[in-house]
Ligand binder design. Sequence first.
Ligand SMILES: Cc1ncc(COP(=O)(O)O)c(C=O)c1O
Length: 389
Amino acid sequence: MSLAELRALDSAHVIGTYARLPVEIVRGAGSRVWDDEGHEYLDLLCGISVTNLGHCHPDVVAAVREQVGTLMHVSNLFHTEPAIRLAERLATRSLGGKVFFCNSGAEANEAAMKLARRARPRGEIVSVAGGFHGRTFGALSATAQESKQAPFEPLVPRVRAVAPTAEAIVGAVGPETAAVLVEVIQGESGVHPLAAETLIAAREACDRHGAALIFDEVQTGMGRTGSLWAYEQTGVVPCALTTAKALGGGLPIGALITGPRLADALKAGDHGSTFAGGPVVARAALAALELTDDPALLARVAQLGEHLREQLAALDGVTDVRGRGLMIGFDLEGGRAPDFVLQLLTEQRLIANATGPETVRLLPPLTLSDADAQDALARIAAALAAHRA
Ligand SMILES: Cc1ncc(COP(=O)(O)O)c(C=O)c1O
């Protein structure tokens, strides 16, 4: 089927919630994908931080292949080893409590919000402006963006957003607060790290009032910022964290991970999901975690990220560069990021994404080689030069 035919079929039959780019991707391997005409693209977006280990990593593929022919699904009415081993691994490599599995980032945040309300009945959930936590009703209620929320009001009660500052958070947290839910680095709003003092103040305010500090690590987790979890670089340990995206090495799985205090707040029957923690995705996630939780890989992510940010900052037309590890945002003068991203795709065959009119976001594979990094910089520089011409 031609791309034109596919696009016609898409607009006739798929609910139009996505503004898709005019390319059909048919195959991926490592840091590259190919379209239906055989063109090769350097993928610096990783399906929005999902294929962090590159496309179709052989270890993930092997684990999935083996599991898919053995047991695909049996429900959470039974014990299955992959999910239980994965929970043990995730909890020991983070907050030391327990894990609830789900299928996406939004669901992980739903679980986190229910956990917090269970621990403090009727309590308020405080999020911050510029945050993104997903599109389901609970997660959307914590995603303080007028354009996303307004068409779906009324939202979940007793969820409110304040400014992403220490002062605003401290002012909002009190004895009736169930949780503060924040990203360590806001991804969808353009790669904006929260200040260390803000996270510290949130931690102290939550401690003072017995509220849960929850970090949404859906985008920042699984090695993206140069440590397995972004919180490890902040000096602030949350009461719980949420993860998804890269957790399954390309397959859909999410998780809420708690510290010891909240490990038993949710009781039997309080929450659940049919597919959650199924054996195939759990095997994929075990393989992905094994590969990602590697000090050499994580150190390289930190160092390569620094290098890319330095090089990007030196390019003509780039006004600001932000991020940590391989979570990178750079601003362009003139507010033409969406056009620039389209130009990168069609002329340079490089996949990036615009988080808004100003900001281009790069979420490259953690396995990006030096040669591919140089190649990417050359393509971005060439696109910038053409953009100005
Ligand atoms: C920080 C953060 N939280 C939650 C989500 C929602 O995840 P999902 O799209 O898997 O529901 C996203 C997605 O971009 C995200 O970046």
